[in-house]
Design a protein around this ligand. Structure first.
Ligand SMILES: NC(=O)c1ccc[n+]([C@@H]2O[C@H](COP(=O)([O-])OP(=O)(O)OC[C@H]3O[C@@H](n4cnc5c(N)ncnc54)[C@H](OP(=O)(O)O)[C@@H]3O)[C@@H](O)[C@H]2O)c1
Length: 266
C-alpha cells in the first residue's frame, strides 16, 4: 500500500483492533475506528458505534462519507468469545454472540459495499479464527459463529468480484489480548465442572502466550500488497495452524485423539 487509503476498522477500543488502527494510522492512512467505547488517538478517528445496531452502523458510515469519497478497506475485527459446554449455553447468549460475530460483521459489509461498488474497488477482511475450522471443546458456539462468517465470506467472493472487491477470512491463532476477560461465560453445570476448569485455564494460558497483535498488523499490511486474495489466510503459531490441514489428512479418530491431548481432555 503506497498511497493513503481510507480504512474502517471495527473493535478499535482494545486488543487487535486498537493496534491495527494505530499501526495503519501511523503509516499515513485515514483510519476510522468503530467500537462502542470511544478512544482518543492522534492516529485514527474513533466513531463510537455498536455494530449490532444497524442504524448506528449506517450513521457511522454516513459520517465517514461526509469527508471521504471512497472506502478502500474494511477490517471486520469486532467480536467476542464465548465459553461453556454446548448443553449449558442459553439461547440469549448464543444469539448475542451470533448477533455480533456474524450479523454485526454482515451489517458492516452491507453498509460499505455500495461505496466500494461505486468506486469499483475495495477490500474486506473478516477476522476469523483458526478455531472456525474445528469445533473447539467448550467453545462450540464461538467456532460456529466464526465458521458461519467464513461461509458468508466464501459466498460473497462470487457476488462482489465483478466490482473488483476482494473479501477474505483471516483465521487467527491465539493473540495476546484481553479477549479472555471479554468473553461470555455460560454457567457451568455439575457434570462438566472439573473438565471445564482444566480446559478454561488452558485456553486462557494460550491467549496469554499468544502472538503479539502488532504481528497481525504486519501480516495484514503484507496482504494489502497482493493483487489477488485467497478466501482464507491463517496466521498464528505453527502448532495451531497445523491443526487445519491435519483435520483433513489424518483419520478422524487420530485427529480427535490429538485434539483431546492438545486440550488436556485425555
Ligand atoms: N485474541 C485472540 O486470541 C483471537 C484469536 C482469534 C480470533 N480473534 C478475533 O479477533 C477479534 C478481536 O479480538 P481481540 O482479541 O482484540 O478482543 P478484545 O480485546 O476483546 O476486542 C474486542 C473489540 O470488539 C469491540 N466490540 C465488542 N462488541 C462490540 C459491538 N457491539 N460493537 C462494536 N464493537 C464491539 C470491543 O469494543 P467495545 O467493547 O468498546 O465495543 C473491542 O474493541 C475478534 O473478532 C476475535 O474473535 C481473536
Amino acid at each position: 500500500m503506497n498511497n493513503s487509503q481510507v480504512i474502517i476498522i471495527t473493535g478499535t477500543s482494545s486488543g487487535i483492533g486498537l493496534v491495527l488502527a494505530e499501526y495503519f494510522g501511523k503509516k499515513g492512512h485515514k483510519v476510522y475506528g468503530l467500537s462502542r467505547k470511544h478512544t482518543e488517538s492522534s492516529f485514527f478517528r474513533s466513531i463510537p458505534t455498536d455494530i449490532t445496531d444497524n442504524n448506528a452502523v449506517q450513521n457511522a458510515i454516513a459520517e465517514v462519507l461526509k469527508t471521504e469519497t471512497r472506502i478502500d478497506m474494511l477490517i471486520n475485527n469486532a467480536g467476542m468469545g464465548m465459553v461453556g459446554a454446548v448443553e449449558d449455553s442459553s439461547k440469549e447468549d448464543i444469539l448475542k454472540l451470533f448477533n455480533l460475530n456474524l450479523v454485526g460483521a454482515v451489517q458492516m459489509m452491507s453498509s460499505v459495499l455500495p461505496k466500494m461498488r461505486e468506486n469499483r474497488s475495495g477490500k474486506i477482511i473478516n477476522v476469523s479464527s483458526i478455531g472456525s475450522e474445528m469445533g473447539l471443546p467448550f467453545r462450540g458456539f464461538y467456532s460456529a459463529s466464526k465458521s458461519a462468517l467464513d461461509k458468508v465470506t466464501e459466498a460473497m467472493r462470487y457476488e462482489v468480484y465483478p466490482w473488483n472487491i476482494h473479501v477474505c477470512s483471516l483465521h487467527l491463532g491465539d493473540i495476546k489480548t484481553n479477549i479472555a476477560e471479554n468473553r461470555v461465560k455460560t454457567k457451568v453445570s455439575e457434570p462438566y465442572k472439573n473438565v471445564f476448569e482444566k480446559v478454561y485455564t488452558l485456553m486462557n494460558s494460550h491467549v496469554g502466550e499468544g502472538t503479539e497483535p502488532l504481528e497481525v498488523a504486519e501480516y495484514i499490511e503484507g496482504l494489502l500488497g497482493k493483487n489477488k486474495w485467497k478466501a482464507h489466510y491463517y496466521f498464528g503459531k505453527f502448532g495451531q495452524k497445523i491443526g487445519v490441514p491435519l483435520k483433513w489428512i489424518l483419520p478422524q479418530s487420530t485427529y480427535e485423539n490429538l485434539m483431546k491431548k492438545y486440550n488436556k481432555l485425555s
